[in-house]
Design a protein around this ligand. Structure first.
Ligand SMILES: [Zn+2]
Length: 430
């Protein structure tokens, strides 16, 4: 299959193509999806009334809770047609199964083929995959299929084990890695500790999954900077989710994840389900196109980001999504400003006066969000305290409640729930 690179087309052509595919989707789910049959009948929706992208607003959004409560009712095919059962991670609630048919796997491959092309991939590349292909993880399969389609080499090494990663890099000379950014930092540290000269290895680029590497203005964030200060490689961020079966991947310009309009219709919605303006935060809401097993109509992902609609310097004309600012459930409304935990993490990680921290959000007696910061300061001087407060005041424009604690105290807070990973954000709101 030779892709039609829809990302370069005129907006009007793309809209026509999407509206055609939307008609097909509506007819298909009205016929085959128990969930959408119920939804259309409950809300008196005549699918023939929905012709344009704007008409989508007539359909109430689907939310994660729907998928959790009625998971099987989203399946549009008989079970003998299902090839892969993938699953969401379930970090926020019960995991959801997404079943894929043969055709869906082809679509997934095409999606990731486009993604890797966008991230300057070619048949000359060899990718070392530092992630699992097991545990029903859709992204692992997607990367594998997409890279195969490009004709590049694949080394399926799996996550973790820096020593083995480096040994394999030396032996098989991959040109690119696919990894979680914080793991790339661990790789760098391991290389430094063991005298490996990382800048003389074959690796020239990294596809970064699962964590942000950029701020909202596309500059590299702390994590992105820490990686590139030590290792001279190009970073490409990618954002995807199991439910949407589609990725938004950066090109070499690094100005947001590119939209694949033949595979999804994306809306970025405010709290009243209205499309926000470019550059304003909203919830990523998708309608899958060409999905056979479990298609979704106006699915609200819970991910908050911004979109930009001016053409990219790479020549693609479709919109781009910023880094994910946070999860909708974790939004903090604090003294008139709206905050998400990742932005606070970046702020607090940036200062050498702050050695460690925990952010706690609670509701006060009138139901407003309260933010308390537990901070391990670099020293106990008044000057250090003053610098921390002035910095937070300047960057947040409001003053959160600060409590200074010792290293032992913060570890008690971070590991209170017998978790293996340090907890840095505690949500005590009702
Ligand atoms: Zn671009």
């Amino acid at each position: 299959m030779i892709p039609t690179e829809n990302s370069y087309q005129q907006a009007s052509e793309i809209t026509l193509m999407q509206e055609q595919k939307l008609q097909e989707l509506l007819a298909y789910v009205a016929e085959n999806s128990p969930f959408y049959k119920d939804l259309f009948s409950k809300h008196n929706i005549a699918i023939t009334a929905i012709k344009t992208i704007a008409d989508l607003a007539l359909i109430p959004p689907t939310v994660k809770d729907d998928l959790q409560q009625r998971n099987d009712d989203f399946l549009c095919v008989s079970r003998d047609k299902v090839i892969e059962y993938t699953s969401t991670s379930g970090t926020l609630g019960r995991p959801v199964t997404i079943a894929l048919t043969e055709k869906d796997l082809d679509r997934l491959a095409y999606n990731e083929y486009n993604s890797f092309l966008c991230a300057d991939g070619s048949a000359d590349d060899t990718y070392q995959l530092m992630l699992t292909l097991d545990r029903q993880f859709m992204a692992g399969i997607a990367y594998y299929l997409g890279i195969r389609k490009i004709g590049a080499g694949i080394i399926r090494l799996g996550p973790g084990v820096p020593a083995l990663q480096w040994e394999t890099i030396k032996r098989l000379k991959p040109t690119a890695i696919v990894a979680v950014p914080s793991f790339i930092l661990k790789l760098i540290q391991f290389a430094k500790d063991s005298g490996i000269d990382i800048n003389s290895t074959s690796v020239k680029k990294a596809i970064c999954i699962g964590e942000n590497i950029r701020n909202n203005d596309f500059s590299l964030n702390i994590l992105g900077k820490k990686i590139t200060e030590s290792w001279n490689i190009q970073l490409y961020s990618t954002y995807a989710s199991t439910e949407m079966q589609t990725a938004f991947t950066e090109c070499g310009e690094g100005k947001g994840g590119h939209y694949q309009p033949e595979l999804v219709i994306v809306e970025v919605l405010d709290e009243n389900d209205q499309q926000v303006e470019p550059g304003a935060p909203g919830e990523v809401t998708i309608t899958t196109l060409g999905v056979e097993g479990m298609p979704l109509l106006r699915y609200k992902t819970g991910d908050i980001c911004m979109y930009y609609d001016e053409p990219c310097a790479c020549g693609r004309t479709t919109l781009r999504l910023s880094s994910i600012m946070g999860r909708k459930k974790q939004m903090i409304k604090f003294k008139g400003t709206t905050l998400y935990p990742p932005a606070l993490f970046d702020l607090l990680n940036e200062r050498e006066e702050i050695l460690d921290f925990v952010i706690e959000v609670s509701s006060n007696d009138i139901g407003m969000d309260q933010v308390s910061l537990f901070i391990v300061p670099a020293d106990e001087s008044e000057e250090c305290d003053h610098r921390i407060r002035a910095y937070l005041q300047a960057r947040l424009r409001v003053s959160p409640h600060i409590k200074y604690v010792t290293v032992e105290e913060i570890q008690k807070i971070q590991f209170s729930e017998a978790s293996r990973k340090a907890i840095k954000f505690i949500d005590k709101r009702a």
